[in-house]
Each structure stands twice: as C-alpha cells, then as structure tokens.
Design a protein around this ligand. Structure first.
Ligand code: BGC
Length: 722
C-alpha cells in the first residue's frame, strides 16, 4: 500500500515482533505529566509495557531509585465469539500504526483472522490529554466479518513491575457511580497513586455487562452482538492522580471525580488538540525539500514535548525521557546542555520549571560538595527526586554479570555543575526573566562557582590551578587531568559568577548582600576566584588546537576509518581500559565546549579542533549526544556534507534505532540537540543582547527552513528559503 507523504504522520504498515520494544519507544505518547510506551492494549508476549509519571520514584538496589512503572491504564482484551484477539496467534491480514504528531493521537488498525477463521478489522486509538494532564482516553472499534459476539474486557492493572522488580502495593479498589478505581502505593517511597476508568459510548447491542472485581486488576466486561460489517465498540476514559498532586486521602476522590466530570471522547480530544496546536505554534520547524528530516525533526520535538513538565517544577527530564526503563528516569547534563535551549527559546515556562528543579535541589548539591570536602554546590552527575547523587558506584558488567565494574562518573564527572550554571545564564539571556534570575539564578551561579574555587588544585611548580582526576564529557577517558571542557567551563562559571554578583549589587543591593552573607562571599574568597580564573590550566596550541586533557596526544592514535565496517562501539572493540589508552573519543568534548562558548572562539580555532577531533570520534556507536553538536560545528566551519551526515545520525537515533538500544527509551539529549542543529547550525541563528541574526547554511536539497523563537518575551519568525 502506498500512502501520500504527510509531514505530521509517523506510520508503519507491518508488525515485526523482533522490533516490538524499539517500536514501543517510538510510539510513546504523553502529556508532560506521564508517558505511555506504545505497547498494545491487548498485550503481546514479552512486551515492555510501561507508563512513567514524573517524580514517581521508588527505591531499587544498586541504582538507588527509579521511576516506578505505573499501574497500567491500557488493557483492553477483545474476544471474537470467545476467541481472544492477539497478534501472536491467527493471521495478521493488514496492520497499520499511525502516530499523528500534530495531536499525539496514536491509532492502530489491524485486520485479523482468528485461528478458527473469524475475521475482523480492529481499530484502537489513544491519547493523553494535553489540556488535562490527568486524563487519558482510549477507544476501540471492531468491525466483524462474522455473526455472533464481540466482547471487550477493559481494565486497570496494578501488577506492574520494572523489568521484574515490583514497586506497587495494593491499597484498595472499588466502584463509585459506574467509575472503577484502583489504589496503589510504592513500597518504599510511599507515593500513592489512584487510577480510575469508565467505559462509555458503547456502540452495538449489549448482551451482557459485568464488573469483575479481580484484586489489583479490576475489569469491566461488555459483550455485544456482532453482525458482519457492523461496527461495535467502546471508549475507555481514565484518570490518574498521585499523592504528589493531591493529599493522599484525596487521590481516590480526585480520580473518580475527574473521570465523572470529563467529557466524551470528541470534546476531550478537541480540547487536547487545541492545546497541541498552541504548543506547535511556537515549537514547530518546517523543512521543505527533505521529507525524512521534516518528519524526523517533528518526531524529536514531539518526544521532547510529551516529556516536558509544564505544571511541576520538582522534576527533571530523564536521559530517556519517560519513554523507557533506560537510566531509570535519572537526569544528567543532557537536560541543561541539550534540551534546555529548545525550551528557552520555544517554551520558557518549561525551561523555568526545569531550572527550578535544580534550584530546589541546591541542598542536595551542597551535601555532595560537603561530603567530598568541598564548598558550594556540586550537582550530582545523576539526579532523581532528592537532588542527591544517584550514580551507582559498582554495577554488573554488561557482558558478564558476575563481574562488577566501578562507575566513576558520580565521583569525578564534575562538569555538570558548570553546565547547570551555564543553562541558568542562558535562560536569563534568552528570556530576560530578571525576577527569576535575581531570586534564584544568581545564587545557582555563585554557589557552583564556590564549588569550583574550592575544587581547584594549586600546582606550585607549574604555577597554575588544575582540576585533576576527572572525567570530561568524553567518557572513554577516565581519571584524566585538566580536561579542557571541565577547566574552561569552570573558568566560565567563576567569571560569570563575579559578573552576576556585580550586576546584582547594582540592581538589587539587598539581595546581593543577602547572598554575600549566606554564601560567605568575602573579599578573600572572591580574590581566589579571580586567581583561579587567571591561572587555570588550558593547553592551547598556536593553531588554536586545544588538548582534550593533559597527555591526550601521547595516547595511541587509532585509525578509526580502518575499523569500518563495524557494528560495535570502540569501547566494545578495545575494552574499557583499552579504549582509555587511545585517542578515540566517545564524544568530542573540546568541540562541545567551543560550541557552548562559541562567542569566545575564532573560526580558525574551531576549525583546527574540528579537523583534529572529528576523525577520532566514535560517531555512530559512541555517544548519541555528539552528532547534533558536531553538525552545528560543521555548519560553523562551512562543511555542509559533514554537517548533514552528523545531523542525519542525530535525527535518526531513535526512529532507525541507530545504536540498537532505542528499546530503552528516547535519546532525549539527541532529540533536544536536533533542534539546536537546525536552528543554530543550519539556520545560523545568533542571538545577542542587541537582537538576532541568521546565517543560513541549508543543506543543498533543502528548499526552506522556517521556525519561531521567543527572545525576551517576543516571538520572532524565521523563514529561510534556499
Ligand atoms: C553519555 C553522557 C550522557 C549519558 C546519558 C552517556 O552515555 O556519555 O554524556 O549524559 O549517557 O545520556
């Protein structure tokens, strides 16, 4: 079947069980409160069905905490004359799955013949309302080609687990005014959740209707008369609340009321669609002349939008959004460096929520600094609900689970504190939200600076400050000294802190005084900051080439191109320690630093670094964070072919499962990075305090690139034609 290309419709027309988990990730829907993977309503053997709700963490061995896979709102089983519909039996005569990116409506249409020969066309639709984040809707229609009965069993299922680990205790269930509810609680963190459902809009002649009070899986059954060609069906309306939203004693009332008060499918969908239209109004990117990129960029934006917390500033976006079990819902620097620019410029209220999360978690960062013998705020490499470090120290080896591997990132991957400070500054620059910057932003920048000054080591022989024994963003190299990214970003953090303090003294002296007191910013301390800024070690060759870390050039120089074709990362080929001894990069952190601080680097210097580090980077199998930034840097260098090659790798990361691990969830940093690549790379957008300019560098076959962005409260349109 050939269908016309629709730049908003992501679709597939066959079902491949081998790709089931990858496609569950791709067809994730959500509304910024929760996301649900694209598993089937009726189930499929081995599926990784999951709904993750922001902030609903529970304890887990090794990784300390994880987002608990919430009670399942999807179940709808269908029986055709008593025979259960399932794609692992009978014959799939046709299959189509469609995600409408414009509205978040997921549709599946299957023509199926049962083992005993009964055929029917089944249509499933679902959406998570963007207008009411507690509301979820599902619809099922069946057009039988036989006479007899069609039975629907729609339920809620509290027997969910995270790859075997059960987080939920059953607290109760029941029925009120035709609404069925289920009440659960996480075992350790004691977060209560209530889900409720109602079956509405029953189409067809009812034979029987029953409520089955199965413990932890309440189910409603309705059996309808079937006649060939006559469509029957139900709608299922669901609400979800947790004790993070309302008081524990209110969660059940809240869900029951919400289901009772919500409107029918059509108007609920219409309200949600309106919210989506509003959202796309400022987020959409139009690309003409490249269908694949058009749909892919929308897909990446869609996945950002469904994960972005709109009404909660106690949560962050995990490295795998809310779309999979990978990284257990933990957040990294991925948010600040890769995702935040998108929100700064298209949805500043979301950016503010995400930064408030960091502000709220300053106490955790202070605890971490103190525990390590430092001052100020040292943000955790991985962060969850409390703001304390959740990076495990030992994990089982991926290939041999009887062996343990020491994970050092939580101890020494310290650049994240400067990344957060940078994001704070960027938010302020993009939005001019002065109130927030005064209230919270300056403190974040000052307290991270305080950390950097106390972490700096004085090398008396070389007469310089150093950051030794660190991991830079390029994680193929551990325990290195003077990683350029870390040192330069620390220097930037300190410098910006001094400037922010000066600015605040002039703007709101009382607030500046308050911070000087509470953070103990005495003259002696500030003098040390200046000293570190001046004497921090940065190794730059006359050509502008920056050594990634001290001694990097002495590592083995491997010809990566000679290893092609390969389907393994360099780390898998050489081993963790073997890779450490080479110059191969997981991600090119010097280039990332030059991109982040781009106004400080000349084109020659960026070119010298690009030419050196690009061939040494493990592009396809290293980190998914690199390609979008590489694309921007290649644009800055006027290397159009390279730029497109990096970019296409980034936009395809999940749609094509480039690394074979999309089943774990969306590569969120890559998704956020694709927006930056389009806007700052191909569009060449530059925003300064005086205004903005573009420097279009569209790939040859692009006919048009259009996007909008907010700057200091005003929306601007950019429309670039080739
Ligand atoms: C990358 C990190 C990233 C993390 C989460 C790692 O593989 O090297 O830079 O923060 O994944 O996406």
């Amino acid at each position: 079947m050939t269908t016309m290309f629709d730049p908003w419709i992501l679709s597939e027309d066959s079902f491949d069980p081998k790709k089931q988990h990858h496609k569950e990730t791709v067809f994730t829907i959500g509304n910024g409160y929760l996301c649900t993977r694209g598993a089937f309503e009726e189930g499929y053997p081995g599926d990784h069905r999951a709904t993750f709700i922001h902030g609903v963490f529970d304890e887990v061995p090794i990784d300390l905490t994880e987002l608990a896979n919430a009670p399942d709102w999807l179940p709808i089983s269908i029986y055709l004359n008593g025979e259960r519909f399932s794609l692992d039996s009978g014959t799939i005569e046709s299959f189509q799955r469609i995600l409408d990116l414009r509205t978040g409506l997921l549709t599946r249409i299957v023509r199926w013949r049962s083992p005993s020969g009964m055929s029917a066309t089944l249509t499933f639709e679902r959406f998570a309302s963007l207008a009411d984040e507690h509301l979820l809707c599902a619809r099922c229609r069946v057009t039988p080609e036989f006479a007899g009965t069609v039975e629907f069993r729609a339920g809620l299922n509290g027997n969910m687990h995270n790859e075997g680990l059960v987080h939920w205790q059953w607290l109760g269930q029941g029925e009120r005014d035709g609404v069925t509810y289920l009440h659960n609680c996480t075992r350790k963190s004691r977060i209560e959740i209530a889900t409720a459902m109602q079956i509405t809009n029953v189409i067809g002649r009812e034979i029987v209707r029953e409520a089955w009070d199965v413990e932890n899986a309440p189910t409603r059954m309705v059996r309808l008369e079937a006649a060939p060609g006559q469509t029957v069906g139900i709608d299922k309306r669901v609400a979800v609340f947790t004790s993070r939203d309302v008081e524990s004693k209110e969660v059940v009332n809240a869900v029951v009321n919400r289901v009772r008060e919500s409107t029918e499918w059509e108007s609920a969908l219409e309200a949600s669609n309106r919210a989506w239209t509003e959202e796309w109004n400022h987020t959409d990117v139009i690309i003409e002349g490249d269908n694949e990129v058009q749909i892919s960029i929308r897909f990446n934006l869609f996945q950002m939008l469904v994960a972005a917390p709109r009404h909660d500033d106690r949560v962050n976006i995990g490295a795998k959004t809310l779309s999979g079990f990978g990284y257990r819902g933990h957040a990294f620097w991925d948010t600040e460096i890769f995702m935040l620019p998108l929100f700064n410029y298209t949805a500043p209220h979301i950016a503010k929520n995400l930064l408030n999360y960091r502000y709220r978690n300053l106490p955790g960062a202070r605890r971490k600094a103190q525990a390590n013998g430092f001052e100020g705020a040292q943000f955790p490499w991985k962060s969850a609900d409390t703001g304390d470090e959740v990076t495990p120290t030992w994990v089982p080896h991926f290939a041999d689970r009887t062996k343990l591997v020491r994970i050092w990132a939580g101890d020494i991957e310290i650049h994240i504190s400067a990344d957060i400070a940078h994001a704070v500054h960027q938010y302020w620059q993009a939005t001019s939200d002065e109130e927030w910057f005064i209230e919270k932003g300056v403190e974040l920048i000052l307290d991270t600076a305080k950390f950097w000054a106390s972490r700096a080591e004085w090398n008396a022989d070389a007469h310089r400050y150093e950051y030794n024994d660190v991991i830079g963003p390029d994680e193929y190299h551990e325990h290195v000294n003077n990683n350029a990214y870390t040192n330069r970003m620390a220097q930037w953090n300190l410098q910006t802190a001094l400037e922010a303090l000066e600015w605040l003294k002039g703007r709101v002296p009382e607030k500046a005084n308050e911070l000087v007191q509470s953070l103990d910013l005495n003259e002696e301390r500030l003098k040390k900051w200046r000293d570190v800024i001046e004497k921090i070690y940065l190794h730059i060759e006359p050509s502008g080439l920056i050594e990634q870390f001290e001694g990097y050039y002495q590592r083995k120089d491997i010809d990566l191109a000679a290893l092609e074709p390969r389907a393994k990362s360099a780390q898998e080929i050489f081993g963790i320690e073997g890779c450490n001894e080479t110059q191969i990069l997981k991600q090119p952190d010097v280039l990332m630093m030059q991109y982040i601080l781009r106004k400080h680097y000349s084109a020659e210097s960026v070119r010298a670094n690009y030419d050196y580090y690009n061939p040494r980077t493990d592009h396809t199998y290293g980190s998914s964070l690199g390609p979008s930034i590489q694309a921007i840097v290649a644009c800055m260098m006027d290397y159009p072919e390279d730029a497109y090659e990096h970019f296409i790798r980034a936009v395809r990361a999940d749609l094509r499962d480039v690394r074979g691990n999309a089943s774990d969830g969306i590569h969120a940093a890559s998704s956020g990075g694709t927006w930056q690549a389009v806007v700052f790379g191909f569009g060449g957008l530059q925003v300064t305090s005086d205004g903005w300019t573009t420097m279009p560098r569209l790939p040859k076959h692009w006919k048009r690139l259009a996007f909008k962005f907010f700057h200091r409260g005003k929306m601007h349109n950019v429309d670039l034609k080739a």
